[in-house]
Ligand binder design. Structure first.
Ligand code: NAG
Ligand code: NAG
Ligand code: NAG
Ligand code: NAG
Length: 370
């Protein structure tokens, strides 16, 4: 580096230059550490919004070196399939997590356990078939949850128990056939629910959820179409417009079961359900919509009262029609017998008027005598 024969002047100049260079290098390094706290390889990091964008990179695993301060993490359009339970460990500042358009099939029960500040979770278009009931228990601030385009056939009871702040939920395009109203009771802030494009079976199992939907709509919630797939007679019909009278047979079935002594003890009703939604001030909500146990006597919404009214009116109309039919029949009988009597008398009075019928009868009588 330094020539042996160089003078002291040159040496000091070089020293100054060296100091400047190292200072600049140090400054750059400091800045990098401050601005991009170890941005994962090939992801884009925004130091202002604390967003880490790793979308569309063909990733098969979540980058292990995510900055702990990350607020938004975009992992959509990758090839993630099975994730380890520590994939999002320590990301307690994370607010938005987008895992859409991957191949996730199963999520470990504690994978979101550290995401205590999460407000939005996108799991759209994966291959999720089951969810653990404790999956979302540690994210009480969650407001938006998208589970559309997956393979969910049912939701575990209690899945939404820790989500009092959830405002929008999408279950579109899954394989759901019915839902349990108890699963949805804790969603006190829910405003938007998407359930379309599922193979709904509009039978007794969906009856209580129909009640819940009516109550949900009543308190201003928005719901897309819940079109029945089965039974055939209801195919394509929205479950909400199927009259409640169609499900009267369900109570009969239940009665038969309980009278046969086969009654299985219902879901535990001891658990206090949270108050479902602040009802609109002034508006009186349905009687006891907050009850966690869908007992027949306690839960009697408008449609049931309407059903009773319909039954009474139908009875009265049927009664009137029956009476009219009896009267008509009696009239017909009396008329017929009168006419028969009249004809007989006519025949008796005019036996020799050449009445061919009379002749025939006479002949018949003769032949029978012979
Ligand atoms: C999370 O943080 C704890 C303590 O801060 C540390 O021991 C652990 O290794 C971290 N885990 C991950 C996956 O970064
Ligand atoms: C969670 O969010 C709140 C409000 O946005 C914030 O004050 C708090 O620091 C966050 N928690 C963590 C661990 O980042
Ligand atoms: C779902 O994701 C796959 C690949 O991950 C993609 O090819 C497909 O277009 C996506 N479908 C929708 C409806 O977004
Ligand atoms: C009645 O009991 C049978 C079996 O005992 C069961 O399969 C059926 O689902 C029950 N029906 C109702 C409406 O509970």
């Amino acid at each position: 580096m330094l020539a042996r024969g160089s003078g002291p002047e040159q040496r000091t100049r070089l020293a100054v230059q060296w100091r400047q260079i190292s200072w600049i290098a140090c400054w750059i390094a400091l800045c990098a550490v401050e601005a991009l706290p170890a941005c994962p390889f090939s992801c884009k990091c925004d130091s202002r919004s604390l967003e880490v964008d790793c979308s569309g990179l063909g990733l098969t695993m979540v980058p292990p070196d995510l900055p702990a301060a990350t607020r938004t993490l975009l992992l959509l359009n990758n090839k993630l399939s099975a994730l380890p339970s520590w994939a999002f460990a320590n990301l307690s500042s994370l607010q938005r997590l987008d895992l859409s358009n991957n191949f996730l099939d199963q999520l470990p029960r504690s994978i979101f356990g550290d995401l205590t500040n999460l407000t939005e979770l996108q799991l759209r278009n994966n291959s999720i078939r089951t969810l653990d009931r404790d999956l979302l228990q540690h994210s009480p601030l969650l407001r938006h949850l998208d589970l559309s385009i997956n393979g969910l056939a049912q939701l575990p009871a209690g899945l939404f128990d820790g989500l009092p702040a959830l405002r929008s939920l999408s279950l579109r395009s899954n394989r759901l056939q019915n839902l349990d109203r108890l699963t949805f009771e804790p969603l006190a802030s829910l405003q938007l629910l998407q359930v379309g494009d599922n193979p709904w079976e509009c039978d007794c199992n969906l009856r209580d959820f129909k009640h819940w939907m009516e109550w949900f709509s009543y308190r201003g919630g928005r719901l897309d179409q819940l079109a029945c797939t089965l039974p055939k007679e209801l195919r394509g019909k929205d479950m909400r417009v199927v009259p409640m009278e169609m499900f009267n047979y369900c109570s009969q079935l239940e009665d038969e079961n309980s009278s046969a002594g086969l009654d299985i003890p219902g879901p535990p009703c001891t658990k206090a359900s949270p108050e479902p939604a602040k009802p609109k001030p002034g508006a009186e909500p349905e009687p006891e919509p907050s009850t966690a146990c869908p007992q027949k006597q306690r839960y009697r919404p408008v449609s049931v009262r309407r059903a009773i009214g319909t039954v009474i009116i139908a009875g009265v109309v049927c009664g009137i029609v029956c009476i009219m039919m009896v009267v008509a029949a009696a009239y017909g009988c009396i008329y017929a017998s009168l006419m028969a009597k009249y004809h007989r008398e006519l025949k008796k009075r005019q036996p020799l008027m050449g009445d061919p019928e009379g002749e025939h009868e006479d002949q018949k009588q003769i032949s029978s005598v012979a």
